[in-house]
Every structure is written in structure tokens, then in C-alpha cells.
Design a binder for this molecule. Structure first.
Ligand code: ZN
Length: 161
């Protein structure tokens, strides 16, 4: 069957930057499984998956805006050190889980540590990067009615409930 809305799709992938550096791949974790048409993967890749079938291998370049978005310079900001928990070790590259005022999860990376302030970056680490995917579709099946209702995959590669 061909991939369309409410297909359960498994695929192997290698993700490279424009410079050819491997950013991520399914080599370690095994194939990724998702429910097509539910915004579970970046929009540019979901679009490229449409109509493919098991065994298809292809490469697709997803522009940053159709991937993890453009970098937002306003998402880089300084936090006074005395606003951070006392004694908390802070170093460049550290990632902190936080949340927005409306309660959405937010991941911050420390990009600079000064004497009295710390610079944080809330951009996704791959924001601003074009995404060069090499894909192999390993499985395509129709979602069950329950999976469609829940908006996610059950069983192998999915949720237990
Ligand atoms: Zn469920």
C-alpha cells in the first residue's frame, strides 16, 4: 500500500547537514515508526513520504523552514546568574528543561557563561539547518481505528496503551 493519511510507516534514515556531517540516523535505535498525517515528523519529510511504499529508497532535501524552522535570534537571551538555583553547575553545551509561561515544554541550551549572567538558546539544535535525508521505507500498514482516535501508533515502535 502507498503512504497516505493514517498509514503507520516505519523507515530507516540518515540525516546529514549541508556539509555532509551525519546529524542523526536510525542505525542505533532502529527504524522510526510514525502515524502519517498527524504532524509527528517534520513537515518537509512527511510531504516527501506521501505516496511511497515499502521498500522505497529515496533522498530528500528539506529546507530549514520545512524542518525545525529558521533560527530565531530572539530565542537567545541572558539570564542573571542569581536567577539560577544556587550551586547549580552551569557550563556551555548544557541542556535544561524548562517551560514557557503557558506550560509548553521548552529546552534551553547554555551557549555562554559569564561572571554574572548566562546566555541561553531556546532554538531547536537543528533550527536553521537544511535537512538532507536518505530514507528507506521498511513497513507500511493501515492504522487501526483506535490508533487513529489516539493520534499515535500502538505496538511495535509505538505506545503500549
Ligand atoms: Zn494510544
Amino acid at each position: 500500500m502507498n503512504i497516505s493519511d493514517n498509514s503507520v510507516v516505519s523507515f530507516e534514515y540518515t540525516l546529514r547537514s549541508d556539509a555532509g556531517e551525519v546529524l542523526d540516523s536510525s542505525e542505533d535505535g532502529g527504524p522510526m515508526t510514525y502515524l502519517h498525517g498527524h504532524d509527528q515528523i517534520v513537515p518537509g519529510l512527511e510531504q516527501a513520504m506521501e505516496g511511497r511504499k515499502k521498500g522505497d529508497k529515496f533522498e530528500v532535501k528539506v529546507a530549514a523552514k520545512d524542518g525545525y524552522g529558521e533560527r530565531d535570534e530572539d530565542a537567545i537571551f541572558d539570564v542573571p546568574r542569581d536567577r539560577l538555583p544556587e550551586g547549580m553547575p552551569v557550563e556551555v553545551g548544557m541542556e535544561l528543561a524548562s517551560q514557557t509561561p503557558s506550560g509548553e515544554p521548552l529546552f534551553l541550551r547554555v551557549v555562554k557563561v559569564g561572571a554574572d549572567k548566562v546566555t541561553m538558546d531556546a532554538n531547536h539544535p537543528l533550527a536553521g539547518e537544511n535537512l538532507n535525508f536518505a530514507i528507506e521505507v521498511t513497513e507500511v500498514r493501515a492504522a487501526t481505528a483506535e490508533e487513529v482516535r489516539h493520534g499515535h501508533v500502538h505496538g511495535e515502535g509505538g505506545h503500549e496503551h
